[in-house]
Design a protein around this ligand. Structure first.
Ligand SMILES: O=P(O)(O)OC[C@@H](O)[C@@H](O)c1c[nH]c2ccccc12
Length: 320
């Protein structure tokens, strides 16, 4: 890979570009369901999504439509009033980090993924959440996307109702404020926002909306220019995350974490004291130490923990 010059340090080409996901198929969606009649027009092959992230984001538009039919905004607003009060997600990570001098763990309740297929057979989200908490996780991440990750918003509600004290992140592909309200109504304390999917004006709006309903935001980046762009925002109530998995190719490289944290925008993160999570592909205590050494105060771990038979012991071992 050709290294390119970016700020003061050498950054490999794959981390030096802005990933720009098209939010809508370029030729349009080609079909509309109107009650008893479905309309379709033929589309060209060029109208296919370029990668899985794009495919998921295109699907979200349709999914949100059908959610809105069943659960209009007014009903969500009512449910939000009944939801348990939001808890301090970022605060819980900082407290854990101070107590243990290890990165605060966000443990992910994850049944499947597009790259790995089913990761956990006999998936019981509440049991998994309780095991994570018992092992010492500071916060939990709950995948809510049904089609690609076999997740559900109901898992958030069930975990919260079961008395789990760890603050909960709604792991969703958010493109609209409606999804924020759905997350809060289900009991989430924070939401994921993916910089590759959302230009800054969208991020600004969604951060503001989220704050209004008491949600904190984890803004995920994968490249140096994405981090540079996100740092231009008012990040009150936000933390950041570096996804070590390229969502376009599924390739995981922990070294991304270090390259990005060593870049000029990465230095700024450290100077401003912004909580940063290292995400994906973390398997061993050595991986944790590496990501911590790069400057991350938090880690987001799914697969390596969720697939174990004794999840509590796996968490304890990872943080040992
Ligand atoms: O299972 P892993 O490799 O430990 O990864 C967890 C988490 O980082 C990953 O699930 C993730 C990171 N960013 C995302 C965005 C959408 C869906 C999933 C993700």
């Amino acid at each position: 890979m050709q290294p390119v010059r970016c700020q003061a340090i050498q950054v490999p080409a794959n981390l030096a570009t802005e990933v720009t996901i098209r939010r809508r198929p370029p030729e349009g969606i080609g079909s509309q369901a109107c009650g008893p009649v479905d309309f379709q027009v033929p589309l060209s092959a060029a109208n296919k999504p370029a990668n899985i992230l794009e495919e998921i984001v295109w699907w979200k538009a349709q999914e949100i439509e059908s959610f809105k039919e069943r659960q209009p905004m007014l009903r969500l607003q009512m449910l939000m009033k009944l939801a348990p009060p939001p808890r301090d997600f970022i605060g819980a990570l900082r407290a854990s980090q101070q107590r243990t001098s290890r990165p605060g763990l966000i443990a992910e309740v994850k049944k499947a993924s597009p790259s790995k297929g089913v990761i956990k057979e006999n998936f019981d989200p509440v049991e998994i959440a309780k095991a994570y908490e018992a092992g010492g996780a500071a916060c939990l991440s709950v995948l809510t996307d049904r089609k690609y990750f076999q997740g559900s918003f109901d898992y958030l509600t069930a975990i919260r109702q079961a008395g789990v004290a760890c603050p909960l992140l709604c792991k969703e592909f958010i493109v609209e404020a409606y999804q924020l309200f759905k997350a809060r109504a289900a009991g989430a304390d924070a939401v994921l926002l993916i910089a590759a999917v959302l230009p800054n004006k969208d991020l600004e709006l969604l951060i503001k909306c989220a704050g209004r309903v008491g949600l904190q935001c984890l803004i995920e980046v994968h490249t140096v220019p994405e981090l540079e762009r996100v740092l231009q925002l008012d990040l009150e109530g936000c933390m950041l995350g570096i996804n070590n998995r390229d969502l376009q190719t599924f390739k995981v490289d922990l070294n991304n974490n270090k390259v990005i944290m060593d870049s000029a925008p990465g230095q700024q993160v450290k100077e401003r004291g912004i909580m940063m999570a290292g995400e994906s592909g973390i398997f061993t205590p050595e991986d944790v130490a590496f990501v911590q050494g790069a400057g991350c105060g938090a880690i987001l771990v799914g697969e390596s923990l969720v697939k174990q038979d004794d999840i509590t012991a796996a968490v304890e071992m990872l943080l040992a």
